[in-house]
Design a protein around this ligand. Structure first.
Ligand code: COA
Length: 258
């Protein structure tokens, strides 16, 4: 079975992260499957909204770190798939929804700032540990997160890497509601079906007005991506990825030059 399961339910296209043995960590093939489905769904009259869901009590643990390690030693294939996906996010035309149970790490959290409605379980944990991996914020998060949740909270998440629970994210304005894990999918689908019943042209126009300048966000995605790609090759990032794969704590001290 594919690591991204694409299903349809009453006008809602479900994109399900489905790699439970690796906490739904995203590989290049998974990013491409997500991009293919978003593009196809946007073109398909039968689809009114996209919905991201996880499996096994996990949303996603973010980018596959083994893949990052490959990128850091020169393999460009995964980076290409990541870039395709994050460049697409601000340009998706139909509403995007998400239901988060458990961990939402890295892109698992930054993706949510492109979504129009987000529901989470009480067990949801949101974390963006880019800096601890020697990396920088991606997917427009350096712009969208301070704008949505305020600089102080965004800095705490994006630079300090502090995890946030569902209640904090609701207070920060990211969540529509906190729902018991076993009811999340039904709630996401109900929201998607309510959108499917709306006049489609007016829905698209209202969403475009509310989301603001998509090209400005896309431009920030590109700026971040250039720095991110450079940092991927850094000794700091390589140490962080290698430490994860070797199941040990990273040792950044040895990289100090002064
Ligand atoms: N990339 C690759 N593999 C990952 C992964 C990731 N992002 N997240 C989890 N896995 C793998 C683990 O290596 C482990 O594989 P193994 O069984 O072959 O050893 C398996 O998934 C289970 O993960 P484990 O770490 O044992 O589970 P946990 O519940 O103790 O911790 C996390 C879960 C998500 C907190 C922890 O795995 C983690 O910190 N992952 C990295 C998250 C991250 O930094 N993502 C990138 C953000 S930019």
């Amino acid at each position: 079975m594919s690591d991204i399961k694409v299903e349809r339910n009453g006008g809602v296209q479900i994109l399900r992260f489905n790699r439970p043995e690796k906490k739904n960590a995203l590989t290049g093939a998974m990013y491409d499957a997500l991009s293919d489905a978003l593009e196809a769904g946007d073109r398909d009259r039968e689809v009114a909204a996209h919905a991201f869901l996880g499996v096994g009590g996990v949303f996603t643990s973010g980018n596959d770190i083994g893949d990052f390690l490959q990128s850091s030693v020169g393999d460009q294939a995964v980076l290409k798939a990541v870039l395709r996906f994050i460049r697409l996010l601000p340009r998706v035309e139909k509403p995007m929804l998400a239901g988060v149970d458990g961990l939402a790490v890295g892109i698992g959290t930054t993706l949510l700032f492109h979504c129009d409605m987000v529901f989470a379980s009480p067990a949801a944990r949101f974390q963006t540990p880019f800096l601890d991996l020697g990396l920088v914020p991606e997917a427009g998060s350096s712009m969208l997160m301070p704008a949505r949740m305020g600089y102080a909270r965004a800095f705490e998440m994006l630079v300090l890497g502090a995890p946030m629970d569902a209640e904090s994210m609701r207070a920060a304005g990211l969540l529509n509601a906190i729902i018991d894990a076993d009811k999340i999918e039904a709630r996401v689908l109900a929201a998607g079906m309510a959108l499917a019943a709306k006049p489609p042209a007016a829905l698209a126009l209202a969403r475009r007005l509310m989301r603001g300048d998509a090209e400005a966000v896309a431009q920030r995605v590109d700026e971040e991506a250039q720095i991110f790609a450079r940092q991927l090759q850094s000794a700091e990032a390589r140490e962080a990825f290698t430490a994860f794969v070797e199941k040990r704590a990273p040792d950044f001290k040895k990289l100090r030059t002064s």
